[in-house]
Write a protein that binds this ligand. Structure first.
Ligand code: GLV
Ligand code: MN
Ligand code: MN
Length: 365
């Protein structure tokens, strides 16, 4: 970013912000950006493409004349939930939604606290509110991202113009059983926490299947079994549920059905079960002004595009609270993402960069 002539600074949560001034020092900024962190065994495109595309777009705009509005490129910190169990930490802090109390308890899978990770990098969790930005200093936010599904590829479209981002709800479920000897405990004298957890996994799947006509999905992607030995009946299991949807009613119904199923399993198996709602968000609409601009560019450049929803979460969900926001999706091979096999053709990235560049130009000229 410095090489491209941007003034760069780190905000109090570790977001990296590069800024190029426009001709009007009082004009609100037009912002693009995404994230560089990823999930375990993730690919090289989720987030990273949006950062690189933003930099390419700003470099191009800078070399082709001065704009009225400042341009900013933001690399958001800790977008993925996989390390600390909280997603979009950087953009939440930026949009005044820092959960300092909850974050102060967050630990990564190795037991290192978010607080320590921040401290080691010279930040202080108590000061993250300082990352929040003022609404009237921002004109718009546009994020380019791979689709992470196969809709564009199957429809042979090059650009997805996002209308709604599905809301993530994240649950931590703790099942309490009784750890006992696996050899000497008869089958009718067990309170096996993993057996209850397995029932929960199946219940989550069948409940979400019933809601799938609304686009709702739910996944158990992580289990922690304690004490975790082959010859010990599991005494404690923690499992994490990721539930998403674009229809709020369906999300609420799914959540209620999961709670009911969990309480039936707890009673039937005599294994007490607690549910912690780690995150519960509402679907987020992109701003029609930005959506329309992206669509108009696709129409005038004859780029095959489609308005669509995003099943994945993005920093744009939070930025939408602060400023008119839009997202540009580009295809990804086989719809594979959160996987090392993630891939997008350079030509498709180029098309995305062209649309992003024109959108930023239109907003900042
Ligand atoms: C971000 O990758 C998400 O979990 O949607
Ligand atoms: Mn991701
Ligand atoms: Mn992402």
């Amino acid at each position: 970013m410095r090489g491209a002539g941007l003034a760069v600074h780190f905000d109090p949560i570790g977001n990296i912000i590069g800024r190029l001034e426009g001709t009007d020092p009082n004009a609100p900024a037009v912002i693009t950006g995404s994230h560089l962190d990823t999930v375990p065994e993730g690919g090289g495109y989720d987030g990273a493409v949006g950062v690189v595309a933003g930099l390419a777009a700003i470099k191009f705009l800078q070399s082709s004349g001065t704009l009225t509005h400042p341009l900013e490129l933001i690399i958001f910190a800790a977008e993925e939930s996989s390390r600390f169990g909280f997603m979009t930490i950087g953009s939440k802090a930026m949009t005044g939604m820092a959960s300092r109390y909850a974050w102060s308890k967050a630990k990564d899978p190795a037991g290192v606290t978010l607080e320590k990770v921040l401290r080691d990098r010279g930040y202080n969790l108590r000061e993250v509110d300082g990352a929040s930005r003022v609404k009237d200093k921002i004109k718009a936010f546009v994020e380019l991202h791979i689709e992470q599904g196969s809709f564009l590829e199957n429809a042979e479209k090059k650009i997805g113009v996002v209308e709604t981002i599905a809301a993530p709800t994240m649950l931590k479920i703790t099942v309490e059983g009784v750890a006992k000897h696996a050899g000497s405990t008869p089958m009718d004298d067990r309170h096996d926490a993993l057996v209850s957890a397995a029932m929960i996994v199946l219940a989550v799947q069948s409940i979400a299947l019933e809601q799938s006509h609304c686009g709702t999905v739910a996944t158990v992607g992580q289990l922690k079994v304690s004490p975790g030995a082959m010859n010990v009946i599991p005494g404690l299991v923690e499992l994490w549920v990721d539930l998403r949807g674009v229809e709020q009613e369906s999300i609420i119904e799914t959540l209620q059905d999961i709670k009911d199923a969990v309480s039936t399993i707890a009673d039937g198996q005599e294994t007490p079960i607690a549910i912690d709602v780690m995150l519960s968000e509402k679907p987020v609409q992109m701003h029609e002004m930005v959506v329309q601009k992206i669509e108009d560019i696709c129409i005038s450049d004859k780029i095959p595009y489609q308005r669509m929803n995003s099943g994945a979460g993005h920093d744009a969900m939070n930025m939408a609270r602060l400023t008119p926001t839009g997202m540009i999706f580009i295809p990804c091979r086989g719809g594979i993402s959160h996987n090392f096999e993630e891939f997008t053709k350079l030509a498709d990235i180029q098309t995305g960069i062209e649309v992003l560049t024109k959108t930023l130009y239109d907003l900042a000229k």
